[in-house]
Design a protein around this ligand. Structure first.
Ligand SMILES: Cc1ncc(C[n+]2csc(CCOP(=O)(O)OP(=O)(O)O)c2C)c(N)n1
Ligand code: SF4
Ligand SMILES: [Mg+2]
Length: 218
């Protein structure tokens, strides 16, 4: 067994008594693996103290990514992860606060919070899992991110709206760490998570991810 499993996963997951909810082939489990590897590398390099790590998630399949981890995790309401994360950062300024959020969560219902969290340069690190739709609720269109003309359960004739670019939005608001990689690029994703964790100030890493169940119409 990979020693990282015992080291970072809660016992019920490490011993196989519980499994993640992810469908086979989903990008979410792969991102969890990248996150663990990034933290482990940083710790071995003596550059990261995970005793101060707090993880906040929104609601959505991607909000389940950190659930098997041994860290302190708060599951916020849909779209409100950044507000909860801001609260933690204010109360404990020396904490490391990481948010996992889906594209619907961060850019649709939570878009307003994203704008102002970046504008205020709150020192939160956000991992945006962009699968370009609402996965958890059954493959509906995500208004800010579903590609134009894509067929989803709620756009059977094709999505009429163009998507927005989260990274360009973050740059325009003054974010000082912004990156985007696709899930198959393991080395780049892990390196970018390391950079994100070490960054001071607000940081955004967008991971373009696959949803093998609902992306057939894209
Ligand atoms: C206030 C509120 N509105 C709507 C929902 C229903 N809901 C749950 S997850 C979700 C969208 C999830 O999409 P995304 O954030 O992209 O995550 P994914 O499942 O694709 O990872 C919605 C609309 C909810 N839980 N709470
Ligand atoms: S529905 Fe899609 S995003 Fe959700 S767990 Fe399954 S493959 Fe992953
Ligand atoms: Mg999504």
């Amino acid at each position: 067994m990979n020693p990282l499993i015992q080291k970072y996963l809660r016992s019920e997951y490490a011993q196989g008594r519980r499994r993640t909810i992810f469908c086979p082939g989903c990008g979410n489990g792969i991102i969890l693996g990248y996150f663990i590897r990034a933290i482990d590398e940083l710790k071995r390099e003596g550059r990261f103290d995970d005793s101060k790590l707090y993880i906040v998630t929104g609601i959505g399949c991607s909000g389940n990514i950190p659930v098997p981890l041994k860290y302190n995790i708060v599951r916020a309401l849909h779209g409100r992860a950044l507000s909860v994360a801001t609260g933690i950062k204010l109360v404990r300024p020396d904490s490391e606060v990481v948010v996992f959020a889906g594209d619907g969560d961060l850019l649709s219902i939570g878009g307003n919070h994203l704008i102002h969290t970046i504008r205020r340069n709150v020192g939160i690190k956000v991992i945006l899992v962009n699968n370009m739709l609402y996965g958890m609720t059954g493959g509906q269109v995500a208004p800010p991110t579903t590609p134009m003309e894509a067929i989803t359960h709620t756009t059977p004739y094709g999505n009429p709206e163009p998507p927005l670019d989260a990274c360009r939005l973050a740059v325009s608001l003054g974010a000082t760490y912004v990156a985007r990689w696709a899930v198959p690029l393991a080395k780049q994703c892990i390196q970018s998570i390391k950079e994100l964790l070490l960054h001071r100030g607000f940081g955004l890493l967008e991971c373009l991810s696959q949803c093998p169940v609902y992306q057939a119409g894209m």
